[in-house]
Design a protein around this ligand. Structure first.
Ligand SMILES: Nc1ncnc2c1ncn2[C@@H]1O[C@H](COP(=O)(O)OP(=O)(O)OP(=O)(O)O)[C@@H](O)[C@H]1O
Length: 261
């Protein structure tokens, strides 16, 4: 027993954000976008960060992705401090960052080509991940021929094709209409159920955070900081109907009270 406790204690979380602060030099002096942000994501967890506009969510995700250096503090992946972007972290943004001149297939292949994978390996990986997002049939299409939801599924397939150990999603469904957004939420939950990929999703939508995640961090700012953390004790297998359950509404109301209080 004693032995086991010691062994589990040394396994670091997939992601640890440790006392991260970010300050920008602006025309009006120093602006603190983040102050003392600490959070964790365990392996196979789907965690959401929810907060209002301008509270620093995107800044935090950029720091975790290695696209922006932290002014203070550190970001650790598997216990090691990051020093920039890396293939271990896949990113998906709100606006479809697809290359419009490339086919769906070539968009997903892009990172693999950069890394010099063989044609056979690329084909296998691209086809596999296009099948995962149900877009294999559209592999030769051009991004402009796809709906918003399909484009985001291509962006997710592209991130997954690089086989990251952590998927970072910044308001991935923010640009979609309500119906497509609801379908994409179910798609993401289903994807998580099938792959158990460790995911961190940023959203300003409390309902989306509660519906999707195992755990929610609530952020306020500026300066951006975590104000509370909540485990979402809803059934692991969720469908749209759970949004009408009393427990869902309790969690939603509780978080809303924190955000507005
Ligand atoms: N490069 C920068 N220089 C100065 N200020 C910045 C910079 N980047 C972000 N900020 C400021 O930091 C704050 C947080 O921005 P951030 O984009 O992280 O918020 P957010 O929570 O993602 O908001 P939204 O949901 O509206 O995208 C904002 O006030 C923003 O103006």
């Amino acid at each position: 027993m004693h032995h086991r406790a010691a062994a589990t204690a040394v396994v670091p979380p997939k992601l640890e954000v440790r006392e991260v602060g970010v300050s920008f030099a602006t025309r009006n002096g120093r602006f603190d976008a983040l102050a003392g942000v600490s959070m964790r994501v365990a392996e196979n967890e789907l965690v959401a960060i929810v907060g209002g506009s301008g509270c620093g969510k995107s800044t935090l995700l950029k720091v975790i992705g290695g696209l922006l250096p932290a002014t203070t503090g550190a970001v650790l992946v598997d216990g090691r401090a990051i020093e920039g972007p890396g293939a271990d972290r896949g990113m998906v943004f709100q606006s479809y960052s697809l290359y419009p001149w490339l086919s769906v297939y070539e968009n997903v292949a892009f990172g693999l080509r950069l890394r010099g994978a063989s044609e056979a390996a690329i084909k296998e990986r691209v086809e596999h991940h296009l099948a995962i997002v149900s877009l294999y049939e559209r592999r030769n299409a051009s991004p402009h021929e796809l709906s918003g939801g399909m484009k985001q599924r291509v962006a997710i397939a592209r991130a997954l094709a690089n086989e990251p150990s952590l998927l970072l999603l910044d308001e991935p469904f923010g640009a979609l209409d309500a119906q497509t957004r609801a379908r994409m939420q179910e798609f993401l939950l289903d994807l998580w159920g099938r792959t158990r990929m460790t995911m961190l999703i940023i959203t300003h939508d409390i309902e989306e955070a509660v519906f999707l995640s195992n755990r929610v961090y609530l952020m306020k700012g500026p300066p951006g900081r975590i104000v509370t953390e909540r485990t979402i004790d809803l059934p692991a297998q969720r469908e749209g109907g759970v949004k009408f359950s009393p427990r869902f509404n309790e969690l939603r109301r509780e978080l809303l009270a924190h955000l507005t209080g």
